[in-house]
Design a protein around this ligand. Structure first.
Ligand SMILES: Cc1ncc(COP(=O)(O)O)c(C=O)c1O
Length: 448
């Protein structure tokens, strides 16, 4: 028996009604990568309102590493609901907030006294991390990277790199933000070895401190250790070490945005752990809440303590219902069995997709770290010209067959796989076959 069980063509009649209501009630700019209308979800399975059983390879954009409707998380939320929903941390003290902060202070990279501020979304957390860094350093400038995605509030959209999809029409942006290319091994300079290319990128960083921004005016350098939206590009350890050295040399705050690559996705609780480089602040969101809206800014106590009394906070930040969900989720995410499974899931996906590279000319690259894996489509294997249309076609075709997928990449020419880590091998294999069939179809079309 297969896991995908379709009773109707997708989208079915009830889904179509909901999609119509969505179109009429929600703003047009709110995009969706599929036409799936959800009734319920469990583990890596999603049921739509027409009774179709689907496989989820998107996990709400990496939000549900512990699986949909995780039992421990649901139990923790239910227990909290029977006590109280929220009294606001700006008014009262609530134990779940403190417990989650203590947990994050102990599990994030770095052996120094830490503090944690909680917020509601990834964007809000990044915004707070940068604000805190500005306050601490008494500087304004921020260095970020091409391909970065840090959110959609004004400051974070200013840090986000992609214009057409995210930034168009929303300027002016925050000033004093500087952006340089991030190392991308797939698109490295022709003929260069990996090591030579990394050294080249390091030289470019040094040059940016001559041509673009005075390092002594930088409050923060912010980077995703594995670029998420930008296309699952792992930043090489020597480059992250260089950033650490620069931050130490000039008194800059090193912020690691682990919103997508953290939470056990790469086989370590935090992706920075693969490199041994320790950031000053780490930003967590998405899967730490297992679906609840919660985010965290964890970092050196002296940095987090810099803003004046009253300078931080918000009405909902650290809602106890979200806190207990996060505590339950993190207990799972940090366990050896979960992290081992993350490595195994990544290996199965990577090895399967690597085999496709030899079969399908539309595949330029297969890459990632742990269970954060992606396939990149190109028009030509030599020129590596991005092919967005293949990514879109494949998503449309695979979704019509019951596999939930999302794209990625600065050129929107990639499909990223972020299935719940609790997915079984059988479910993974079945979903990968659906994905391969869709790629084979797109590949065949291009050969005609
Ligand atoms: C690396 C990274 N930073 C920040 C964000 C913004 O988070 P949110 O959508 O919760 O505001 C995202 C969301 O995809 C992300 O992947």
């Amino acid at each position: 028996m297969t896991y995908i069980q379709l009773k109707t063509a997708l989208p079915g009649p009830k889904s179509q009604l909901l999609l119509e209501r969505r179109k009429n009630a929600l703003p047009a700019g709110l995009a969706k990568s599929t036409d799936i209308a959800v009734e319920r979800a469990d583990g890596a399975l999603v049921w739509d309102v027409d009774g179709n059983q689907l496989l989820d390879f998107a996990g709400g954009i990496g939000m549900i590493n512990v699986g949909h409707s995780n039992t421990e998380v649901v139990h923790a939320i239910r227990e909290q609901l029977d006590k109280y929903i929220h009294t606001c941390t700006l008014v009262t003290t609530i134990e779940p907030y403190i417990r989650l902060a203590e947990l994050l202070n102990s599990v994030t990279p770095g052996n120094f006294p830490k503090k944690t501020l909680l917020a509601n979304s990834g964007s809000e957390a990044v915004e707070n991390a940068v604000n805190v860094a500005k306050y601490y350093t008494k500087r304004n400038a921020v260095l970020c990277f091409e391909g970065a995605y840090h959110g959609r509030t004004l400051l974070t959209l200013s840090l986000t790199s992609k214009y057409a999809l995210f930034k168009k029409g929303f300027g002016s942006y925050v000033s004093d933000i500087y952006r340089i290319p991030a190392p991308n091994m797939y698109r490295k300079i022709e003929g260069m070895t990996d090591d030579a290319y990394i050294q080249h990128c390091i030289r470019k960083l040094d040059e940016a401190f001559i041509s673009q921004v005075d390092p002594e005016s930088l409050a923060a350098i912010i980077i995703e250790p594995v670029l998420g939206e930008g296309g699952f590009i792992p930043i090489p350890a020597p480059y992250l070490q260089k950033l650490r050295d620069v931050c130490d040399q000039y008194g800059i705050v090193f912020i690691a945005d682990e919103i997508q690559c953290g939470a056990g996705r790469t086989g370590k609780l935090y992706a920075m752990e693969h490199t041994g480089v320790v950031p000053d602040i780490v930003v967590s969101a998405k899967s730490i809440g297992a679906g609840m809206p919660i985010s965290a800014i964890t970092g050196k106590a002296e940095i987090l303590d810099a803003p004046h009394l009253g300078g931080l906070g918000g009405t909902y930040g650290g809602s106890p219902v979200a806190c207990v969900a996060a505590i339950a989720a993190i207990e799972i995410l940090k366990s050896k069995s979960f992290l081992d499974r993350s490595v195994a899931v990544g290996k199965l996906i990577h090895e399967t997709m690597q085999k496709w590279k030899t079969k399908y000319k539309v595949i330029g690259d297969v890459r990632g770290l742990g269970a954060m894996q992606l396939v990149e489509f190109v028009k030509d294997l030599n020129t590596k010209e991005p092919d967005m249309s293949v990514a879109m076609e494949v998503i449309k075709e695979a979704t019509s067959k019951g596999l939930i997928l999302i794209r990625a990449g600065l050129f929107s020419n990639c499909i990223r796989l972020l299935p719940p880590i609790v997915i079984t091998d059988e479910q993974l294999t079945e979903g990968l076959q659906v994905l391969e069939d869709a790629i084979a179809l797109a590949d065949a079309k291009r050969k005609i």
